[in-house]
Design a protein around this ligand. Sequence first.
Ligand SMILES: Cc1cc2nc3c(=O)[nH]c(=O)nc-3n(C[C@H](O)[C@H](O)[C@H](O)COP(=O)(O)O)c2cc1C
Length: 182
Amino acid sequence: MPLIDLIKQRRSVRDFLDKPVEREKLMTCLEAARLAPSASNSQPWSFLVVDDPVLRDRFCKDTFNGPYFINSFCKKAPVILVVISERSKFFTRIAAVFRGTQFYLLDIGIAVEHFVLQAEELGLGTCWIGWFNEKAVKKTLSIPQSKKVDVLIAVGYHDNSIPFNEHKREKLEDITAFNNYR
Ligand SMILES: Cc1cc2nc3c(=O)[nH]c(=O)nc-3n(C[C@H](O)[C@H](O)[C@H](O)COP(=O)(O)O)c2cc1C
């Protein structure tokens, strides 16, 4: 499928089938993430896949409690990808201070979207999750508290009986200019 059609097809999936995800497919998605570009080729990421049903249940119970309850649909996702933000190279950290740009977050965003688009191509649904109890994530998975977990991805097969809403986006002409800022 042409990339633009894959991009148009992708939606945030919040209704999952009770069907496990093949490890082989996950490995392909992780390979797509691994190959992402990053500032100074820092590759400031590592990925922890939670696909053990018992661990995932406990993980979701702790991670989406209290104010994070709105994301408890993740309990039905057979896989949660935990994206750990690792330390960038020294030069990138210095450049980030001078530029006031969190390059590592750009890097993570690219890598994770590689994962998401590869998942889409393999027939998997995903949802980015930025609203969660980070302390609980680290405690449940024995990730040192000094590490940063900026994002999770829920992964699974979409329950097609529940339709998607329309894509809501700004019009291209309202966000695009050639040669002069609007
Ligand atoms: C960085 C980031 C964080 C997000 N966090 C959440 C979240 O915590 N819960 C949720 O349901 N969706 C979350 N989303 C999904 C967005 O709500 C969704 O991408 C947006 O509404 C557009 O819809 P679409 O993905 O179906 O095109 C997040 C998306 C991004 C990129």
